[in-house]
Design a protein. Structure first.
Ligand code: GRF
Length: 195
């Protein structure tokens, strides 16, 4: 299976996915694509010999469709079987998503369906939740929605700051996403629950 990974920044989730796709793993990375030409993850991918591409979203301003038309070019050229959004910070239109329906995954730093959108760690602390975590889901037109393929839970400690909590959740993102991808690439949709 060919896996394309979309990033916006450092790409730590992309790296954990790339580093997991070795040996008898049924998938291999075929492209790392970013909406930011400066994304640190692009060099990390290139250093691992993975084809990369970047389409700066800013010249397109609010014209999402025009941006996605450009984004689709390297993506379709790479012929991915699966597309993984990994720290990708642009909302994709229903049209774009529909091209990859049933084969696009995303990782979101909350226990979905709680806390869709941004600032999830601060919101969980603010709400006084006892636990938080991350979710991998199939991408559908609705933001941070779609069937849950895996979750990892962490406790919220008293005095936790959003940054401290985010750092603990990120460690579990790096564990969860590769396990979900391997299961997904082998055709198994049973949700992964960690720890
Ligand atoms: C992190 O905040 C993570 O929770 C979310 O995207 C952000 C950047 O991730 N998934 P990455 O290091 O670029 O993978």
């Amino acid at each position: 299976k060919r896996v394309a990974i979309l990033i916006s920044g450092g790409g730590s989730n992309m790296l954990s996915l790339v580093d997991s796709m070795v040996g008898d793993h049924p998938a291999r990375p075929c492209l790392v694509l970013s909406n930011d030409v400066e994304a640190g993850g692009l060099k990390k991918a290139a250093d691992r010999g993975i084809p990369t591409a970047a389409v700066d979203h800013r010249p397109f301003k609010g014209d999402r469709a025009a941006f996605e038309e450009e984004l689709l070019k390297p993506l379709e050229e790479a012929q991915p079987d699966i597309v993984c959004l990994a720290g990708f910070m642009r909302v994709l239109t229903g049209d774009f998503v529909s091209r990859f329906q049933g084969r696009m995954l995303n990782i979101h730093p909350s226990l979905l369906p709680k806390y869709k959108g941004l600032n999830t760690h601060a919101r969980a602390i603010e709400a006084g939740d006892a636990e938080h975590g991350c979710s991998v889901h199939e991408v559908t037109a609705a933001l941070d929605d779609g069937p849950i393929l895996g979750q990892a839970r962490v406790n919220i400690d008293t005095g936790d700051t959003p940054d401290a909590l985010a750092a603990r959740v990120l460690v579990w993102e790096h564990k969860l996403y590769p396990v979900v991808l391997r299961r997904y690439a082998s055709g198994d949709r049973t949700p992964v629950l960690l720890p």
